[in-house]
Design a protein around this ligand. Structure first.
Ligand code: AMP
Ligand code: MG
Length: 323
């Protein structure tokens, strides 16, 4: 009996194996990958021209992003010390900018977030890459202008360089004709207008990317002290229903503010004791920044049904993984 069960399981696994190899062998894939490669080339060029220093990513560290939602934990023990796998390099960005010699940095940063499966979800992977940047002394307006410039630069570049790829994929490029500056809305005004699903509804109605500002979330996004309960943070929303493409904020950097916000959010202060120490010593500078998901941008550019359509190996939550 047991061997039959094993055989059945093996049969199922072999079917999944076929599917995995079909996914690698899709004729669309080389075109999608070429577009993604061109995105990264354009991003690097834009950053280089603006004199933004590229930092190599780290993949494990004693502290990582606290995130705004629950994911499965993913720890590694090394030399008797506990490491988390990088969820984002937010705290590392702040620590890097403690240097008096570095002002503007970015990282093409692999992130592992063991997301819970959600029915109908088309935009989460359990590992992905974000282009993560942070600028000393910057405020929200600086980041808006920078990111609007980046999106326009990348999209114009792609339209010029990847005409053959768009033709092969059978899609147009009018969704890449963006006009800056992008409109700005607060989460509150869109919630009043559209209800709880405001992000999705507003994204579906939009034909241009737009900013969604003022989210109550992680402790490190700065609260506006002139308007307590509002936050100096933002998401960039892709139009045509592709929803969130980027998140960022001005950051909390003062010791008392960091502690207040950590306590509000129930963050483990002991785990963050060295980060807190830096803040206490006045070593964390005032910064603002953001990060955008490369696969989400590729999905939007290539107008793919779901984010897993732009990956080589399945990284969609809730599947069985062979590679
Ligand atoms: P966050 O600051 O957590 O919003 O992450 C920055 C950006 O990374 C998001 O705006 C998305 O573009 C991307 N991102 C976040 N989580 C995922 C995920 N699970 N799968 C793919 N992309 C993601
Ligand atoms: Mg976000």
């Amino acid at each position: 009996m047991e061997t039959y069960v094993l055989k059945d399981e093996r049969k199922k696994e072999l079917e999944i194996l076929d599917k995995a190899i079909e996914k690698v062998g899709r004729k669309e894939l080389p075109h999608i990958l070429r577009i993604q490669q061109t995105v990264l080339k354009a991003v690097d060029e834009y950053m280089y021209k603006k004199n933004i220093t590229r930092i190599m990513p780290i993949m494990i560290a004693p502290i990582t992003d606290t995130l705004n939602h629950d994911v499965e934990e993913c720890e590694v023990n090394y030399e008797g010390q506990k490491f988390d796998i990088t969820k984002s390099m937010i705290f590392h960005k702040q620590v890097i900018l403690s240097s008096p010699y570095l002002d503007k940095i970015y990282i093409v940063s692999p992130n592992v977030r063991l997301e819970q499966e959600e029915k109908g979800d088309k935009r989460h992977l359990f590992e992905f890459t974000q282009v993560d940047f942070e600028f000393k002394g910057a405020d929200m307006d600086d980041i808006f202008e920078f990111q609007e410039g980046l999106v326009k630069y990348v999209f114009d570049y792609i339209k010029k360089e990847c005409a053959d790829e768009f033709k092969a994929l059978g899609i147009g490029t009018s969704h890449l004709d963006v006009s800056v500056p992008f409109k700005r809305y607060t989460t509150q005004e869109l919630k009043v207008k559209y209800g709880d699903d405001f992000e999705e509804i507003a994204s579906k109605k939009a034909t241009q990317p737009f900013w969604l500002i003022n989210h109550k979330r992680e402790f490190y996004d700065a609260e506006d002290l002139e308007n307590p309960g509002t936050y100096k943070n933002y998401d960039l929303i892709w139009p045509y229903g592709y929803i969130e493409g980027m998140s960022g904020g001005e950051r909390e950097y003062k010791y008392d503010r960091i502690l207040t916000r950590m306590r509000e959010n129930g963050v483990d202060e002991n785990a963050f004791r060295n980060y807190i120490q830096l803040a206490k010593d006045g070593k964390i500078p005032k910064t603002a920044g953001a990060g955008f998901g490369v696969e989400r941008m590729t999905r939007f550019i290539c107008q793919q049904n779901e984010i897993d359509d732009v990956t080589v190996f399945t990284r969609k939550p809730g599947e069985i993984y062979l590679f």
